[in-house]
Design a protein. Structure first.
Length: 395
């Protein structure tokens, strides 16, 4: 460890999202770094954080600024200027002061290496550029990697950023071959590794554990368009019917159930239609709508099993040793299933029958998890952080 001076680590990511999976990732990553860097001289470690969307929040805070931003976004291409690069430069300029006294920047994780929708490619590029101006090393921890396209300008801008000289390490919870083969130049010298998502440590990080005699199944809801947005032909009406069928099958088999979301308001939108088809009103059904990561984890700790489409509902359940079945709308769920050795518990659309899903849940509940496999999987992310900190002189 650098005992000659205090050093400061800045954590960057989706730190205040309504989707509490991202909040949990950030909390667990910070917890892991704290555990690994524990020192008797605690004043030598200073942790700080910035949110990916900070500049967007500043823009949204002013109607005038927002309108100017929209006008510029449309006009710049007309005068031969690249809006994407201009936007990245503005993000870099905004974040530069955050890194002036930093010794290390850590992207905490989450599905941020993406370009098809959302602006993570802009946020990442801007933050990496800002850290580079200040000559600050940066590592990307257990990030999700969602595709690659050699002909997509946004993807190529992102690739260029990831190969910046101050990027020292990139670990991924997803497909390491996409990272190594397509994104990272062989000559870059960047440390890459396949690891567990940091959220597999949430039970330890929050000090929350599974209720021993839990007897309720948790049903995690998701927004109606998420399958369609990811190229899967499944309408809102069809998704409502799938949930209704699952709940009716659980009733038929004598299982108590409770609906929940990961915190996103959009994931509540199907509730009225589901309850209407079940012939129940809101007061008759128990629904968990958490407002904090801790509230979500506590809620899942009271389930004997979980059926959910959100990746981090399944990851939190795994950390708590609550068996789960995932409804797959994105390859990242299948990759997680493969990583933990239970690919069969992550079900694709062709098998979205209630009987099939509930049968798999009952099997998962009876089998539990292989704890001998859980430990090395969880420790993969902790070991990678330790290795990276050691290689870069922090340990």
């Amino acid at each position: 460890m650098k005992h000659s001076k205090k050093y400061r680590i800045v954590f960057a990511g989706l730190l205040s999202e309504k989707n509490l999976g991202d909040v949990i990732i950030a909390d667990c990553t910070k917890w892991l770094f704290t555990q690994i860097l524990k020192s008797s001289e605690e004043d030598k470690v200073i942790f700080d954080e910035i949110g990916f969307r900070e500049l967007e929040e500043v823009r949204r805070s002013s109607f005038y600024r927002k309108k100017c931003y929209e006008v510029r976004r449309r006009l710049l291409p007309l005068v031969g200027m690249n809006w994407s690069k201009k936007n990245i430069q503005e993000h870099a300029k905004y974040f530069e002061p955050c890194f002036v006294d930093a010794d290390l920047v850590v992207i905490v994780g989450g599905g941020v290496v993406k370009y098809k929708y959302q602006l993570f490619w802009v946020y990442l590029s801007g933050i990496i550029k800002a850290a580079q101006v200040n000559n600050i090393p940066i590592i990307l921890n257990a990030v999700g990697i969602e595709g690659y396209d050699a002909d997509n300008e946004k993807c190529q801008i992102l690739k260029e950023a990831l190969n910046a000289p101050n990027v020292k390490a990139i670990t991924t919870r997803d497909d390491i071959s996409v990272l190594d083969k397509y994104y990272i130049n062989a000559s870059s010298g960047i440390y890459t590794q396949k690891v567990a998502d940091s959220a597999v440590w949430v039970s330890d990080a929050y000090g929350i554990h599974k209720e021993e005699h839990a007897d309720v199944v948790g049903i995690g809801l998701v927004r109606s368009e998420i399958f369609k947005d990811n190229g899967i032909a499944l309408s809102s009406e069809e998704l409502v019917q799938i949930y209704v069928n699952i709940l009716q099958e659980l009733d038929r088999k004598g299982h108590k159930w409770k609906l929940f979301t990961n915190g996103l308001p959009a994931d509540e939108e199907l509730i009225p239609a589901i309850l209407d088809q079940l012939g129940r009103n809101r007061s008759m059904v128990d629904i968990l709508l958490p407002s904090s990561g801790e509230e979500l984890v506590k809620g899942l700790a009271h389930f004997k099993g979980v059926i959910a489409a959100r990746l981090h509902a399944n990851i939190v359940a795994y950390s708590l040793e609550v068996p789960s079945v995932g409804l797959v709308w994105n390859k990242k769920l299948l990759l997680f299933g493969e990583s933990i050795g239970y690919k069969e518990r992550f079900i694709v659309k062709d098998n979205f029958s209630a009987a099939y899903i509930v049968n798999h849940l009952e099997t998962a509940i009876s089998e539990g998890y292989d704890k001998k496999k859980m430990s090395p999987f969880k420790h993969s992310v902790r070991k990678s952080i330790t290795d990276i900190l050691t290689q870069n002189g922090f340990l």
